[in-house]
Write a protein that binds this ligand. Structure first.
Ligand code: FES
Length: 103
């Protein structure tokens, strides 16, 4: 069963931006797309475990701040060297002005 965890308030993240969210010893990245939708992935790059929330969001891509590897944050797909392992993604819902991720 999905455990919905409140991650932030709607509007805490600018459009086309990302925020770090730590929960129960794990770290996640919460994204707000240019189309005002929210997405969630694991927070650490699959290359060398750098926080992706320090990276750059462009359209549906998150670019890692360390070696500029890229992922599609909507699907988790690795999109550019040196990353070759996909990111885990998580369902997101927005209710009552709150953004929840499903774990
Ligand atoms: S740590 Fe992310 S691309 Fe190397």
């Amino acid at each position: 069963m999905t455990d919905w965890v409140a991650a932030c308030a709607e509007g805490d993240i600018d459009e086309e931006d990302v925020m770090r969210f730590d929960h129960a010893g794990r770290t996640f990245a919460i994204y707000r797309s240019p189309d005002d939708e929210y997405f969630a992935t694991d927070g650490l790059c699959t290359h060398e475990k750098v926080h992706l929330a320090d990276g750059l969001v462009m359209d549906e891509i998150i670019e890692c701040p360390k070696h500029n590897g890229r992922f599609n944050y909507k699907t988790g797909a690795a999109r550019g060297a040196p990353v070759c392992v996909n990111l885990a993604t998580y369902p997101v819902k927005v209710e009552g002005g709150q953004v929840y991720i499903g774990l």
